[in-house]
Ligand binder design. Structure first.
Ligand SMILES: Nc1nc2c(ncn2[C@@H]2O[C@H](COP(=O)(O)OP(=O)(O)O)[C@@H](O)[C@H]2O)c(=O)[nH]1
Ligand SMILES: [Mg+2]
Length: 456
């Protein structure tokens, strides 16, 4: 029995000029609905006996609007009978010709028959509610769709296939085990039977605390793998920041000019180098200014520099005044790569460090290598066998769990009773369970699913 009886629908593919558009319907009455519009013939409505169709098979037919006797499109439908479908409900996929007009007609037809437009992530929410996937697996669906690199794809797949959830479950079971023993011991308290050695428990809790802490730390790498390395290009006006930005993007994305203060806001573009995803940010040249628009650009640039994982500090070899940008001085040294630009017109002879020309491309490959190496070092701790946290929510659950474990540890150390220790361990267990959804409340669920795309 489904938790929601509405039939929902949404395009599962991008709508536009394309070979095929797939519209997906899910709901316990979705077969009844499709029966009203699927015809064997194009000239007149000749119903298809949907009940006799085998699940997971395709059926050719014509979509018909019987209220106007209008043929909408020649289609192929695929049926998935509950519970063997993505959502666990009866699902129909309509493959029509591509094109926004056809989709509009199908949309109107389905709406007129009482189906509702699916909200973002509603199919996945149903899959979760109907027990097809746990919450971490459901979140992985969104990550898999967004993944742009092999590493991001790999982490999403591990989460989707349940490898990640299984590890969380085994941590959870360990905690359940301690609680059960502590609570059982309470039942035997009059007999004075000790089922849990306090020193032993303390050791185990300490071990778990450090395991959880290590896991939360992997989020720094996980976040970068999932969202990309933020790479800011910084320096005084006119040193060639926008030229370097354009060089990497291989297009004239930013305006390049000899007039200082041309880039007044930051620009951000995705870029893949060496299989790693970057978000490259061209910042406004930072200088004191009375122009309020430029001032705002400078303020935003400073914020972006603060959020960056790698900062390219650009200097102009032909302009000694461009050296020593004060805005890089607050950036931790390990994040900064110093780049001397305009080597093609420099007359100052040999110069130590990375000397490049954004104009001619000279030595830009060395800069690229340096950037890739730095980015790799940011995720160096991630072997393919490692468990990595890529989701802020998961990290927060683990942090919360850790706090309860620290409380439990304190209770053990001061000789607290079994109820008190077990209370803290149970709370720690609930926080871990939230990752896979066993204890997630409605607000948490809504927050997760509204971030999904429509149709997933
Ligand atoms: N010769 C030479 N000129 C450059 C190079 N990089 C940038 N420029 C020129 O320097 C000026 C400022 O460049 P731009 O990229 O707008 O600098 P930004 O203000 O730091 O973004 C423009 O006239 C560019 O053509 C370079 O490597 N060699
Ligand atoms: Mg610029």
């Amino acid at each position: 029995m489904s938790f929601d009886n509405r039939i929902i629908f949404a395009p599962a593919t991008l709508v536009g000029e394309s070979g095929i558009t797939v519209v997906r319907l899910s709901g316990n009455d979705s077969f009844q609905l499709i029966k009203k519009v699927l015809s064997k013939k194009p000239q007149e409505f000749a119903p298809v006996h949907i009940e006799s169709l085998v699940s997971h098979t395709a059926q050719h037919g014509y979509l018909f609007d019987i209220s106007t006797n209008e043929l909408i499109d020649e289609v192929v439908i695929t049926l998935f009978r509950a519970p063997n479908s993505y959502t666990g409900e009866d699902v129909v996929e309509i493959s029509s010709h591509g094109g926004s007009y056809i989709y509009r007609k199908i949309n109107n037809l389905l709406s007129s028959l009482g189906a509702d437009h699916a909200e973002p992530g509603e199919f996945s929410k149903r899959a979760y509610m109907n027990g097809k996937m746990d919450l971490a697996q459901t979140e992985a669906v969104a990550d898999l769709i967004k993944a742009k690199t092999e590493q991001a794809n790999l982490l999403a797949k591990k989460q989707l296939t349940g490898e990640f959830s299984n590890k969380i479950k085994s941590l959870r079971e360990e905690l359940i085990n301690y609680c059960s023993l502590l609570e059982l011991e309470l039942d035997f308290s009059e007999e004075g039977i000790d089922l849990v050695e306090r020193d032993e428990l303390l050791k185990k809790i300490n071990k778990l605390i450090s395991r959880f802490t290590d896991l939360t730390r992997t989020y720094e790498s996980g976040k970068i793998i999932k969202n990309g390395v933020n790479l800011a290009i910084v320096g005084k006006p006119n040193v060639g920041k926008s030229s370097i930005f354009n060089y990497f993007l291989n297009e004239s994305r930013a305006i390049v000019s000899e007039i200082p203060g041309t880039t007044r806001d930051f620009l951000q573009e995705p870029l893949i180098l060496g299989g790693i995803q970057f978000n490259v940010i061209d910042t406004a040249g930072i200088r004191k200014t009375i122009d309020t628009v430029e001032e705002e650009g400078v303020r935003r640039s400073k914020l972006k520099i603060g959020e960056s994982d790698i900062v390219l500090e650009i200097e102009d070899l032909t302009d000694p005044g461009s050296i020593g940008d004060e805005f890089v001085k607050d950036v931790p040294k390990e994040k900064v790569i110093k780049v001397h630009n305009k080597v093609d017109i420099s007359t100052s002879g040999k110069h130590a460090g990375l000397c490049v020309s954004a104009k001619t491309g000279e030595s830009m490959e060395f800069l690229e290598l340096e950037i890739i190496n730095r980015a790799k070092s940011l995720t160096h701790s991630t072997k393919s066998s490692d468990m990595i946290i890529t989701n802020e929510r998961h990290r927060d659950c683990l942090l919360k769990s850790c706090e309860y474990l620290v409380n439990a540890k304190e209770q053990i150390q001061k000789g607290g009773g079994n109820e008190l220790i077990s209370f803290e361990i149970r709370a720690a267990m609930d926080s871990v369970s939230e990752i896979i959804g066993k204890t997630a409340n409605v607000d948490i669920l809504n927050n997760i699913f509204t971030k999904f795309c429509i149709g997933k």
